[in-house]
Unconditional design. Structure first.
Length: 229
């Protein structure tokens, strides 16, 4: 019986602007402290691979198989994940600012402590992906589904949440300040743990159906000139 092949270890190498898929062949790999800026992983077989503390500016993973991959630390700006398979992928403390995930399959993927400022998740596929302690300021999440999800420590400031489904979602220690949420669904969403900032009347209509706290309700009325006692 042939024993399962573990990830091939690659440590402290500079593979910047390299066609890594063609050079190394199919994975899995364990890249540790590697410089992978501008590296080309398009269409590569990288299921169960590990990326630990790697520099990833402009790395291109379009169409790659990253099911079960683990990214820990490191990262960069302008990563490309369009059309990638990311089922059960785990991202922990990774800089994914400006990353593009269009049409990526994110079923049960987990993003913990990640920087996703300006990232584009609009058009991603799959369900059950989780966001915990992530910064999604200015991100585009148009049409993403978070029905019944628990979102903890997520910063959505100025993000585009248009068309998102937050039905029965629970927000814990989150920020939803100046978000764009045209046609988003918040039916039975629990916003008591969210900082909503100052809301105009149009914002209030978009949050229709959500649950808020007495303190939040009092702040909304106070902003409109009412005295709450």
């Amino acid at each position: 019986m042939v024993a399962p092949r573990g990830p091939r270890e690659i440590q402290d190498e500079d593979l910047s602007d390299t066609d890594v898929g063609a050079r190394l062949g199919p994975g899995p790999y364990a890249f540790r402290r590697c410089v992978l800026n501008g590296a080309d992983f398009r269409g590569a077989g990288l299921a169960e691979s590990v990326f630990e503390s790697c520099a990833l500016d402009r790395a291109d993973f379009r169409g790659a198989d990253l099911d079960g991959a683990h990214f820990t630390g490191g990262g960069g700006t302008g990563l490309r994940f369009e059309d990638a398979e990311l089922i059960d992928a785990v991202f922990t403390d990774v800089d994914l600012s400006g990353a593009k995930f269009g049409n990526a399959l994110l079923t049960d993927a987990v993003f913990t402590g990640c920087r996703l400022i300006g990232a584009v998740l609009a058009g991603c596929r799959g369900t059950g992906y989780r966001l915990e302690g992530a910064n999604l300021m200015l991100a585009d999440l148009t049409g993403c589904g978070f029905r019944g999800a628990t979102l903890t420590g997520v910063r959505f400031d100025e993000a585009n949440l248009s068309g998102c489904d937050f039905t029965r979602a629970v927000f814990e220690d989150c920020r939803l300040i100046r978000v764009r949420c045209v046609n988003a669904r918040f039916t039975e969403a629990d916003l008591r743990g969210a900082d909503l900032g100052t809301l105009d009347d149009a914002d209030l209509r978009r949050f229709t159906g959500a649950v808020i706290s007495p303190a939040q309700a009092a702040a909304i009325l106070t902003d409109r000139g009412f005295t709450v006692r």
